[in-house]
Design a protein around this ligand. Sequence first.
Ligand SMILES: [Zn+2]
Length: 339
Amino acid sequence: MKAWRLHDKEKLTLDELPSQSVGEGCVKIKTLACGISLTDVLMYEGKLAPGSLPVIIGRQCVGMVTETGENVTGLVRGDRVAADPFVSCKTCAPCKNGRADECEKMLCCGLNDNGFMSDFTVAPAGVFYKLPDRISDTDGVFLEHIALSINAVGKLGLDKGEHIVIVGANALGIILAQVALYYQAVPILVDTAADNLALAESLGVYYTVNSVDADSMIKIFSLTGGRMSETVAFVSTSHMSFGRCLDYAAVGGRVAVVGRSQISDEMAGSFNTVLDKQLKVAGVNNGAKLFPAAINLLANRTVDVSKLISCEVKFGDVENSVREHAENIGRFVKAVVRP
Ligand SMILES: [Zn+2]
């Protein structure tokens, strides 16, 4: 099999690996589409450390089952599936108490375990979720963001009619805003990239704030009737500042840091605001086990990802595309690789 493996900072190569046998409880899939995520780009730049090297990149994958091992039920050859990259251990206390997303030994494929940027992948059947025909191969790549957004909204305890200021209008931020709308909350999306904000508006996110040309504090003050926002979500893979996002929260507000990233030192200064405003801050880095809910929101078009694919990349061009992302992070919403 052929796989894109990161060996070191800026050293991403297409390697020929021996084909894996399909053991008990496992399935083999042929990759149909795989998203290039900001996590992939940050690892390539050496800004986010993977568990070990080399590692196959790629966390957001749709494939077709080509082979099933013994004792696999529910999946057969020819099924189209999406991969949940977060694999919980099933043995730690949170796992045993039904909180798999807080697993103490969580594996994330493409970060601290091999991902899916390969022509074929063998993995436990439990990683894969069958896709309905209504969801295309490329749209399925966004399920990981949708599952993460559902988890973030849950962790924030977002209620009907509440505001949620979302800082960072990348693919994850725009999807989180759409999920918040589904929960009948009022998303306010903040970014400095006018193109991304316009894209979000075209997808039904009415309140956007460009923090370059508007005084974002005044605008959010006005949109929230002077109360500021009950909840704030900071998209950690965005280029926005964490400290500023806390200013948008009401006293006693709830804040979530959403996604995987290396958090920079500038956050240290933010703890004064956390104390001054007695904020409740949660970290949410996965949407483990929420794929069935995410598939539902995508299949019934509650979340519309149709405009979020900025380019399709040939399998052989992954390294070029990841490097281009690193050089110009704002230009891409989502690149999808089609082998
Ligand atoms: Zn666990």
